[in-house]
Design a binder for this molecule. Sequence first.
Ligand SMILES: [Zn+2]
Length: 218
Amino acid sequence: MAVHSDELRKDTDMAVKEYTIVIDPGHGGKDPGCVNTIQGRQEKVVNLAVAKLVAAKLLSLYNKEYKIAPVLTRETDIFIPLDKRTKPTTSGLCIFVSIHSNSCERDTPHGLQVYYKRNCVASQTLAANLLCRCAPVLRLSKWNRADPATFTVLKTSKCPAVLIELGFLSNQIDCRELNNLTTQVALADGIVEAVIRSIVPADIAIEYGFDVTGHTLR
Ligand SMILES: [Zn+2]
């Protein structure tokens, strides 16, 4: 059964808990993901760069009062089958975030999209937070959306799960941005803020220095 955000919050009020945040950089090794041939860029590289920044930031937040343990499904350019990626998820205090970049036959679509585990309120909450924290990093667009989906990693995750498409590598401006370190850091910061906001009560989030004002994109 899916863990709802209210249940997650209840637990955090009671005692010191350790959250496992599984960060899954999509593709890797023989599977490059989508490719921008004009700029010579591969999705697997972008996904890993942002995932590592997210893990490093989460690790830096780890303290005695509040424990957030990031786990990367891959730290290098290796191929991992989809069904192995959700192995580190447990039914306990855990969140699964798969990081991808998008592609389209046309080069006009741009911007960030989020997919969440179907029928899981905690996943939907996290997706909404990701959309409002991360979408403004790239140009806002009519393609900015958060939708339920049945991707393998979302279905097989035992905990709340989301898949974020950072932007469209098929769009030349997005592709340049996604390969820019400043943009990657901004996206990673947004992902971390969204994760914290989704699992941590507002008073603790403020201690971390996060903006906890609730705003929605749509
Ligand atoms: Zn992908």
